[in-house]
Design a protein around this ligand. Sequence first.
Ligand code: SF4
Ligand code: SF4
Length: 165
Amino acid sequence: MNLLGEIREAIKGFYSLAVGMGVTGKYFFRPEVTVHYPRKTVDNVSTYSGHVELQPGKKNPDGADCIVCGTCVRNCPSGCLTLEVLELMEENPDLEKKPKKIKKLKALIYDYSYCSLCGQCIENCPVTALGFSQHVYWAEFDRKAIKMDLVARLKDQLNAKKEAM
Ligand code: SF4
Ligand code: SF4
């Protein structure tokens, strides 16, 4: 490269640096819109959509309204949901008839490490049993630690709520 070319490259470099410093300078004097986590946290996380979770039931306030249909599992593009179902025999009040077989949700295993938060499971649940959590301040070193049973998680949340009352 001749001298003229080198001067042209240097001018381009300085121009690019000046543009970058201009952007930095503009934001440096504006009010902060982020916090220095973990030293500070945000109190209002109402607009945050975190990992998927089971919602407290409207029909079943001690658990979820899940009807064990499996739609969430089938609709998940990342295969992060697995259903564990309990099959029970329910006594039929009409003694002439045989006991009925009923299905109950035992566990809903969710692997957050594969979830893209696409919302397909939530949108397609026929009983709105699923939602996004506001569980924002959560970090782990091991991806296995973010695989969880959503039924157990909901139970813990409901028990904690009862204890706080
Ligand atoms: S949000 Fe999407 S990727 Fe995550 S569990 Fe639901 S369907 Fe699967
Ligand atoms: S959470 Fe909803 S979609 Fe998934 S099995 Fe239960 S009722 Fe069906």
